[in-house]
Design a protein around this ligand. Structure first.
Ligand SMILES: CCCCCCCC(=O)SCCNC(=O)CCNC(=O)[C@H](O)C(C)(C)COP(=O)(O)OP(=O)(O)OC[C@H]1O[C@@H](n2cnc3c(N)ncnc32)[C@H](O)[C@@H]1OP(=O)(O)O
Length: 195
């Protein structure tokens, strides 16, 4: 297999004794609309090619509900939502749930069950939550419903996010995107030179 990195075999089931997650003090409160991940995010930003997912914080301050209007441009099979875009919707919604609890984390692993086809014209509602945080690992899960919250289940997903610091982006993002966010060339170069 040469240089191919071994795929981790650890489960994404949270440990039974993990503590319940708590809302980050700077995260939006119950009923509030959540912030987009980034101004160019293809999940939630208001830009061409985005799924334009909108999310709101639930009463517990940790879970979120998200709305995804399925349009012609989201087709896979004729008149039906592309499965990869349902995964994108879950990635975004679960990623929004994690920002209620931790500042920055990236998707390490995600599992999706596709239960029902989703016709174009449907509004999908997703409920997403953080189940546990253990060290850098953030365990999340979610359900997508057809037409209304708690309607027929279209799919379910679980994802493991891993907390990262600013150096993750300083090392890997395009320099011009970092500079647009205010990072200096010196800071970017120093992060890239670090081991
Ligand atoms: C602001 C965020 C917005 C989010 C919304 C949208 C989400 C996204 O699109 S994120 C983009 C897609 N994801 C990525 O690009 C991530 C690419 N991967 C990486 O950068 C790295 O592999 C990363 C950061 C996940 C982990 O690397 P690294 O920091 O070296 O940590 P590492 O030591 O390997 O793993 C930490 C722990 O997670 C576990 N882990 C890591 N990957 C996996 C995996 N795929 N499956 C199961 N467990 C895993 C490890 O086993 C380890 O567990 P333990 O602490 O118990 O030993």
């Amino acid at each position: 297999m040469g240089n191919v990195r071994r795929v981790p075999t650890s489960t994404i089931e949270p440990p039974a004794d993990a503590e319940a997650p708590r809302r980050h003090p700077k995260a939006p409160g119950p009923g509030e609309r959540t912030r987009e991940h980034h101004s160019q995010c293809r999940g939630c930003a208001d830009v061409p090619g985005s799924l334009r997912i909108r999310s709101w914080v639930e009463d517990d301050g940790v879970s979120v509900r998200s709305r995804f209007d399925v349009l012609d441009e989201h087709q896979g099979g004729p008149g039906l939502l592309h499965g990869g875009l349902l995964m994108t919707a879950f990635d975004d919604a679960l990623g929004t749930a994690h920002t209620q609890v931790v500042r920055a984390a990236v998707t390490a692993r995600m599992e999706t069950d596709f239960r029902r086809p989703v016709p174009v014209g449907t509004t999908l509602w997703l409920r997403s939550r953080v189940d546990a945080v253990v060290g850098r690992k953030v365990y999340t899960s979610g359900v997508a419903y057809l037409g209304e919250l708690d309607g027929e289940v279209a799919g379910t997903a679980r994802a493991l996010f891993v907390k990262v610091g600013a150096e993750h982006f300083l090392k890997h993002s395009r320099p011009e995107d970092l500079e647009a966010l205010g990072a200096s060339r010196e800071v970017i170069e120093a992060a890239r030179a670090a081991p």
